[in-house]
Design a protein around this ligand. Structure first.
Ligand code: NAD
Length: 237
């Protein structure tokens, strides 16, 4: 079976992608700035994705790269987001092409089209936000453009855009909600209380990524495109 590299594979989504790839019989490399788990079936590379010399050993004999690394979206560090999400992604693309990788699947974000107004049943043809809501989103847009533009005759790319992700080991949504609840901050209703927001179960997000990778072939329609991902039914809170 082919070997995949999961950049950010030590994180919430990345580790779920790793587990599903192993279950499907793929060889798996993980690249992350911190080692978060041990698994004999996985070759773990600790490094900074901004450094090509760190990335290249992890990409040796790799067919497909999943790029799901990011600094925490809660940070407000403009410089860090630009360094990692934009310049780092450029470095990943250069390293991947140098190493002879054939495919790259980027985890983007639904926020790339969010302009501060409600979106209901939004499709992929919505324009990028002209005023991104924060530095994270600003650099997710730049990153997605870079990746989709890099699609070529011998290097295939696609982007998957989840909104919120939930599921086992979620370090973000549920702990934040619990913290808010403990602090008594869930007593306020914004709007009429009927607002909906999109959260997708992590295994569905993983499924979307692997499906996209497995269809990333020369004549595939998915090449160079971004796809929204969600559950079948909305979840009401
Ligand atoms: P996470 O924080 O759990 O994982 C990100 C991983 O990236 C971490 O393990 C971190 O160590 C690693 N990383 C950060 N900087 C790095 C660097 N310089 N070099 C190497 N590794 C580095 O985040 P997550 O929730 O798993 O998010 C994964 C992807 O999904 C991200 O691209 C994020 O933008 C996207 N996304 C997440 C959500 C969500 O609700 N969690 C929603 C939409 C999009």
């Amino acid at each position: 079976m082919k070997t995949c590299l999961v950049i950010g594979g030590g994180g919430f989504l990345g580790r779920h992608i790793v587990e599903k790839l192993l279950e499907k019989g793929y060889g798996v490399h993980v690249f992350d700035i911190r080692r978060t788990f041990e698994d004999k079936q996985v070759e773990f590379f600790v490094g900074d994705l901004c450094k090509k010399e760190d990335l290249l050993p992890a990409m040796k004999d790799v067919d497909t790269v999943f790029h799901c690394a990011t600094p925490s979206p809660l940070s407000n560090n403009k410089q860090l987001f630009h360094a990692v999400n934009y310049h780092g992604t450029k470095t990943i693309l250069e390293a991947a092409q140098e190493a002879g990788v054939q495919r790259l699947v980027l985890t983007s974000s639904a926020s790339v089209v969010y302009e501060g107004k409600d979106i209901v049943n939004g499709k992929e043809d919505l324009p990028y936000a002209s005023k991104p809501m924060d530095y994270y989103t600003e650099t997710k847009i730049l990153q997605e453009k870079l990746v989709l533009d890099a699609d070529s005759e011998d290097f295939f790319t696609v982007a998957i855009r989840p909104h919120g992700i939930f599921g086992p080991r979620d370090p973000h949504m549920l702990p934040t909600t619990a913290r808010m609840a403990k602090a008594g901050k869930t007593k306020f209703i914004i709007g009429d209380g009927k607002n909906t927001v999109d959260f997708t179960y992590v295994e569905n997000v993983v499924h979307g990524h692997i499906l996209a990778a497995e269809h990333l072939e020369k004549d595939s329609v998915v090449r160079g495109k971004a796809y929204n991902i969600t559950n079948d039914d909305p979840i009401y809170f």
